[in-house]
Write a protein that binds this ligand. Structure first.
Ligand code: UDP
Length: 340
């Protein structure tokens, strides 16, 4: 019997790509998602790519404890991957209570259900934003954390909660993955990032400019202490992130307790470098204007991926050109996202 994995937030951007990866490697997948920023159609696409049945989907809020318990009762869940969270940095500044309630409350509800049902393996989605204004790059997992907004603080709080739970609950193993900037799409063009409304993140915004749905890109600041003054990030292909989760499942039992790993490539790219890579990969022009810095932004966040490379004998393999090509492929084939 294949192992059953509960993917919480499995209809979303990273979750859906991870479902493909798991199904293609013989796992049974059960999805819980409230569909607040995702579409159930993503799971139909997942099934098409993986050539399997559509994964079981429970549309619910994980803070609904009795409904969550029912899911654990109904399936022989061996491990959980927890993607479900609100994730817009700017929005979090204006809605701190909602962010803590959803992200922290969701995680405590999930961990309670896991404890109640004897499930002891969890892969948790954290974020490089916990590092805040990094004094140096690349960042190792031992560098200090200093969240600068409620979204990042909510992730850091979850990390602390999970650390305490692992100390207390015998046999509880958590892999805490701090993602850098996941972008791109499945190379089929069937699955990708389909944010509701106008995108806030660079790659989906740029894809819409390339397509003409948005007129011009705004480059938020060119006076950072970086290679060309624009913000530097470690963009990582979503298929590498998905693969990373599948590999993480195999390493959950390597060591007891809570372990933290960066999930990035180790390569930093500025906004202008990403624009140039996108233009090269797609043949499209990206008109842009340089504007003021975006509040809450930091100059540079780049992963040192050495720890994960060593621990799992695994590394990311897709470059910036593939990220741009695949993001554009999805965008150009799905003009209205999954609504098509
Ligand atoms: N950025 C930009 N224009 C946009 C969106 C983002 O110049 O329309 C910049 C942003 O200032 C940062 C980088 O692109 O330096 C990545 O931002 P994104 O929102 O994609 O991810 P974040 O690193 O904030 O999570």
């Amino acid at each position: 019997m294949p192992a059953t994995v509960l993917v919480v937030g499995g209809a979303g951007f990273i979750g859906s790509h991870t479902c493909v990866e798991l199904l293609q490697h013989g796992y049974e997948v059960v999805v819980v998602d409230d569909l607040s920023n995702s579409s159930p159609h993503s799971l139909e696409r997942v099934a098409k790519i993986a050539d399997t049945a559509v994964p079981v989907l429970y549309v619910m809020d994980i803070r609904d404890r009795s409904a969550l318990s029912e899911v654990f009762r109904a399936h022989p869940i061996e491990a959980v991957i927890h993607f479900a969270a609100k994730k817009a940095v700017g929005e979090s500044v204006g809605m701190p209570v909602e962010y803590y309630d959803n992200n922290v409350g969701g995680t405590t509800a999930l961990v309670s259900a896991m404890r109640e049902h004897g499930v002891r393996r969890l892969v948790f989605s954290s974020s490089c934003s916990v590092y805040g204004n990094a004094v140096k790059v690349p960042l190792t997992e031992r560098d200090p954390v200093a969240p600068t907004n409620p979204y990042a603080s909510s992730k850091w709080l979850c990390e602390q909660i999970l650390t305490d739970v692992c100390r207390r609950v015998p046999g509880m193993n958590v892999l805490n993955l701090r993602y850098f900037n996941p972008v791109g799409a499945h190379p089929s063009g069937l699955l990708g990032e389909d944010p509701r409304g106008v995108p806030v993140n660079l790659m989906p915004y740029m894809s819409r400019v390339a397509h003409g749905r948005l007129a011009r890109l705004r480059v938020f600041g060119d006076d950072y202490p970086t290679v060309d003054g624009t913000g530097v990030r470690d963009y990582v292909h979503v298929m590498d992130v998905a693969e990373g989760h599948r590999v993480a499942l195999q390493h959950l039992d390597d060591e007891a307790g809570m372990r933290t790993f960066n999930l990035g490539t180790g390569v930093g790219s500025s906004v202008l470098q990403l624009i140039a890579a996108f233009e090269d990969a797609t043949g499209r022009r990206i008109p842009y204007d340089v504007t003021d810095r975006r509040p809450g932004d930091v100059a540079a966040l780049v992963a040192d991926p050495t720890a994960v490379n060593r621990a799992w004998n695994w590394s990311t393999s897709r470059d910036l050109a593939a990220m741009c090509r695949d993001a554009w492929h999805f965008q150009s084939r799905n003009l209205a996202g999954y609504a098509d």
